[in-house]
Design a protein. Structure first.
Length: 454
């Protein structure tokens, strides 16, 4: 049993909560003095919960930031010293206007009743704040909204981010504008955009009719085609709700495999609920990260198994090594292990799905990398020599943990991975991702009252 803090879904007061195991699942229970007791499923698989828990790691947080006025973090603090992870991917909402009117929406200006749209100068100020964060500077941005493409000055905003030195800039969009105009996609890439995060709830009309009020699938397909012509990489982002699109996860993965030339990942968001919601509806539609993993295993006939997934902080050894091999603090993926999970899948020429874990001893490799980081770090007075020696050892270590008899035909995984770690440039990333798909699952979207989705 774990005691933690949570929010009352009704008054948003900070209250104590317990997470405990029962009948093979993890549950959360919390009581607000005014609004009573709430109980819900926290993680649908207790075994996986414990497997992931061992990767819990406190990051470095953000130095010299705001303070909590009344000790009520996260309600009144911004990012105070209680927050243990620095900003990895900053989300900047640039408007709450939207060019769609989904019946379930509570975000856009039409239904919220107010307009939120920061000026260029305000956005610049936000970005300066991110660039100046210590001890780790933020280099990755996502522009979201409402619908960010309704802003006429979006290209200038992206260009400003590029000029300020952000290395990764992505755009969360419903794809409507991209579907209408291939030139628009070309302008996005010319402005400095690296990736489109495309809202994509399934491969048939039904999920869209449920979530968006009409069949937007043809528009999504056209947006993908236009991005392909403009050579703009895409990640698909479905919000998964039990009973609406959880049966299409395998098909969505196969859809990505069929379009691996331009679609690089499936970033699944499990719907979450906030506010007063009827308990029966919540239980009916609630889906947690392990439930999604199980569905993926079932719907891909075991080609991708639950054990192929790892929590986000599993890759922390890469940050440790990058820190000692360079003179800067690198971003640490120290988010809570139960907030996100992912698996890298190689898509071969015949569209077979081959998880990297099937030909790499990933746990052994990451332990090796962590030990190497300690070794190189301990000798940092001889930096140049040890960095060179460290690279040689890294190359040997990667090879030792790759099962060459099982590596898919036509790739030299050890070389690709080493190059990716060595220079992390656009070119090595492109080579690595040429036929590599990331399936990521994250708690993300909120549901307010009886409304779902973004
Ligand atoms: S749910 Fe998203 S796409 Fe739909 S109206 Fe709201 S902001 Fe726009
Ligand atoms: Zn309450
Ligand atoms: Zn705080």
């Amino acid at each position: 049993m774990k005691v933690t803090k949570s929010l009352c879904p009704e008054c948003h007061d900070l209250i104590e909560a317990v997470i405990f195991e029962e009948h093979g699942k993890m549950h959360i229970e919390k009581t607000c003095r005014v609004h009573g007791t709430y109980r819900d499923i926290y993680w649908g698989d207790a075994r996986l919960y414990h497997r992931f828990a061992k990767y819990l790691h406190n990051g470095c947080g953000v130095a010299d930031n705001t303070t909590s006025n009344n000790g009520r973090c996260p309600q009144d603090c911004g990012i105070c010293g209680e927050h243990k992870t620095s900003t990895i991917l900053a989300n900047i909402d640039i408007t709450n206007r939207c060019n769609q009117q989904c019946p379930i929406c509570f975000a856009n200006a039409t239904v919220s009743g107010y307009l939120y749209e920061p000026t260029m100068e305000l956005i610049r100020g936000m970005m300066e704040g991110l660039k100046n964060q210590e001890p780790v500077k933020c280099h990755a941005l996502q522009f979201s909204a409402g619908e960010p493409t309704v802003r006429e000055d979006l290209f200038q905003i992206i260009r400003m981010a590029k000029e300020m030195g952000f290395k990764h800039i992505q755009l969360a969009t419903n794809g409507k504008k991209l579907a209408n105009d291939v030139e628009y996609c070309r302008n996005l890439i010319e402005s400095g955009l690296k990736t489109v995060y495309l809202q994509f709830d399934g491969i048939t009309p039904e999920p869209y009719i449920a979530t968006r009020g009409f069949n937007t699938l043809p528009e999504k397909l056209k947006a993908i085609q236009n991005c392909r012509e403009a050579e703009m990489p895409i990640d698909l982002v479905p919000t998964v709700v039990r009973g609406i699109n959880d049966h299409q996860l395998g098909d969505m993965i196969r859809f990505v495999a069929d379009n691996i030339d331009i679609i690089k990942g499936l970033n699944i968001r499990t719907v979450s609920f906030a506010g007063r919601i009827n308990a029966a509806q919540r239980i009916r539609q609630r889906i947690t990260i392990p439930d999604v993993m199980k569905n993926i295993e079932d719907q891909t006939d075991g080609m991708i198994a639950m054990d192929d997934f790892y929590p986000v902080p599993f890759i922390l050894p890469l940050s440790h090594l990058a820190d000692v091999m360079s003179d800067i603090h690198n971003v640490q993926f120290s988010v809570n292990p139960h907030c996100g999970s992912g698996a890298y899948i190689y898509v071969d020429e015949k569209k077979n799905l081959i998880p990297v874990k099937r030909f790499v001893d990933v746990e052994g490799l990451f332990e090796y990398i962590d030990e190497l980081a300690i070794e190189v770090g301990a000798a940092n007075h001889l930096k140049t020599y040890f960095r060179w020696k460290g690279l040689k050892k890294l190359s040997r270590g990667i090879k030792q943990h790759v099962d060459t008899s099982r590596v898919p035909e036509g790739i030299d995984f050890a070389k690709m991975f080493l190059n990716l770690l060595k220079d992390r440039s656009g070119d090595s990333t492109k080579v690595f991702h040429k036929r590599m798909m990331l399936v990521g699952i994250m708690h993300f979207r909120n549901c307010s009252k009886n409304q779902l989705f973004c």
